[in-house]
Ligand binder design. Structure first.
Ligand code: COA
Length: 164
C-alpha cells in the first residue's frame, strides 16, 4: 500500500511523540518537539500515513520574521519505512507550499547525523559556509547551545523552479 501525504492535525501529536526517540535511534528528542508545533503549525506541516498509521512527518513553517524564508524544524520517517521516498515526498509537499511566496527553505541538523546530512544534500540542500567543517561539510560549532553543533542547510525554491 502506498503512503498518503496529508496536512498535519493537532491529534497527530500523540502517536508521533511516543515513537520519536525510537525513530531517532534512542536519542532524546522529545523535548525539541512540544505539542505547540501540531497545535499552531499544522497548516504548514505534513504526515505520511499508511493503512491509517503515521509512518513519517515533517514540521515546518513560513518564517514570520523573514518573508523570503520557510523553515523545517523536524522531519522523521519510521525506520521500517525508510528508503522509500517518504522523506522526499514530505519535503516536496512542503516545497510546493512554500514556493507560493517564499524563495528559500532553511533547516539545521547535527554534523554528526550523517544520514540527515546525506538526505538533505540528496534533496538539493546546500550547507551554508561556516567556521568549521567535518568531512568537507561546513558547520557552526555551538550553534544551539554549548556542544550543539549545526549544519545550516539552504534550499533555493526559485532556482528549483527555473531549472524545471
Ligand atoms: C532522514 C530521513 C527522514 C530520510 O527519510 P527516508 O524516507 O528514508 O528518505 P528518502 O527515501 O526519501 O531518501 C531521499 C534521498 O535522501 C538520501 N538518503 C536517504 N537516506 C539515506 C541514507 N541512509 N544514506 C545516504 N543517503 C540517504 C538519498 O539521496 C535519497 O535519494 P535516493 O533514494 O534517490 O538515493 C530518515 O532517515 C529519518 O527519519 N532519520 C531519523 C530522523 C532524522 O535524522 N531526521 C532528520 C534530522 S531532523
Amino acid at each position: 500500500v502506498s503512503a498518503t501525504i496529508r496536512q498535519a492535525k493537532p491529534v497527530d501529536y500523540d502517536p508521533i511523540i511516543v515513537q520519536l526517540d525510537d525513530w531517532w535511534d534512542g536519542r532524546p528528542m522529545r523535548a525539541m518537539l512540544p505539542r505547540l508545533f501540531f497545535d499552531h503549525f499544522g497548516d504548514t506541516s505534513f504526515v505520511a500515513e499508511r493503512d491509517g498509521t503515521i509512518v513519517g512527518f515533517l514540521v515546518g513553517f513560513l518564517s514570520p520574521a523573514n518573508s523570503a524564508h520557510a523553515y523545517v524544524h523536524f522531519v522523521g520517517v519510521d525506520p521500517n519505512h525508510r528508503g522509500q521516498d517518504l522523506g522526499r515526498r514530505l519535503y516536496q509537499r512542503f516545497f510546493a507550499l512554500a514556493a507560493a511566496g517564499r524563495r528559500r527553505v532553511r533547516c539545521v541538523t547535527s554534523p554528526h547525523n550523517l544520514v540527515s546530512v546525506a538526505f538533505h544534500r540528496g534533496l538539493g540542500f546546500v550547507p551554508v559556509s561556516g567556521p568549521a567543517a567535518s568531512e568537507g561539510v561546513p558547520y557552526w560549532p555551538d550553534y544551539d547551545e554549548s556542544g550543539e553543533d549545526r549544519v545550516l542547510f539552504d534550499y533555493q525554491l526559485a532556482a528549483d523552479r527555473s531549472s524545471g
